[in-house]
Design a protein around this ligand. Structure first.
Ligand SMILES: [Zn+2]
Ligand SMILES: [Zn+2]
Length: 224
């Protein structure tokens, strides 16, 4: 298994199918000097590999203080509880998806699709409304409510090396009634993503798109 993938100087992919465990959606790590943040947690089966990858990137001196969950689905969240235990970070999610994590709903979180159970997961910071920004170390992450794939899906943006980096974990969908997806809000959300004009898109399952044109093309391919 590969260990990690460097994307920019302070940005890595540390988890995913060939980095931590076969059931994991992509897990990204961004460092802002004094503190670092993780975006998504995988399903948890590759926990040890993931912990190793994180410390390979950060060394001993930079703590992971924030774990952002882009939405409630198990391949993005099943590993969150153990990560919080080992890293002492805060777990952040949108209130509309936090509800299904906190109640341990294996249907809406899709844990049942993976033959697993979603254990109730306490969310430390519930995002209400459309946007919220977080100061982390010397940097900032903006969280944007991005409903459609799930009611409380979010995307994150940050600026690194003069590029607007967009963490859009399930931009591709799918739209499925069992996940409480909503096609109309998904389409509106896709348009909102295009308007961001990001330079770099980090997807949860489809890899990394570099350059405004490639980002735009990928997002457009899901427009109705
Ligand atoms: Zn999903
Ligand atoms: Zn996913």
């Amino acid at each position: 298994m590969k260990k990690n993938m460097k994307i920019l100087d302070n940005l890595w992919q540390v988890g995913g199918e060939d980095l931590s465990g076969p059931g994991d959606a992509a897990i990204y790590l961004v460092s802002f000097g004094k503190e670092a943040a993780l975006i998504d947690a995988g399903c948890g089966e590759g926990h040890q590999a993931l912990m190793g990858n994180i410390s390979d990137c950060l060394g001993e001196s930079i703590p992971v203080t924030h774990l952002f969950l882009t939405h409630c689905h198990y391949d993005h969240t099943g590993g969150a509880a153990r990560l919080r235990e080992d890293l002492s970070c805060r777990i952040i999610a949108h209130a509309l998806d936090a509800a299904y994590l906190e109640s341990g709903n294996s249907q809406v979180t899709a844990a049942a699709w993976y033959g697993a159970r979603m254990e109730p997961l306490k969310i430390d910071v519930r995002i209400q409304g459309a946007t919220k920004s977080f100061e982390i170390g010397g940097g900032r992450i903006e969280v944007i409510h991005w409903p459609g794939h799930s009611p409380g899906s979010v995307v994150l943006t940050t600026r690194l090396e003069d590029q607007l980096v967009l963490f859009g974990q399930d931009v591709h969908g799918p739209i499925h009634p069992a996940l409480l997806s909503d096609e109309k809000s998904y389409q509106a959300s896709l348009q909102k993503l295009l308007d961001l004009e990001a330079d770099l898109l980090l997807e949860g399952h489809f890899g990394i798109y570099r350059g405004k044109e490639k980002v735009r093309k990928f997002i457009r391919s899901f427009l109705a």
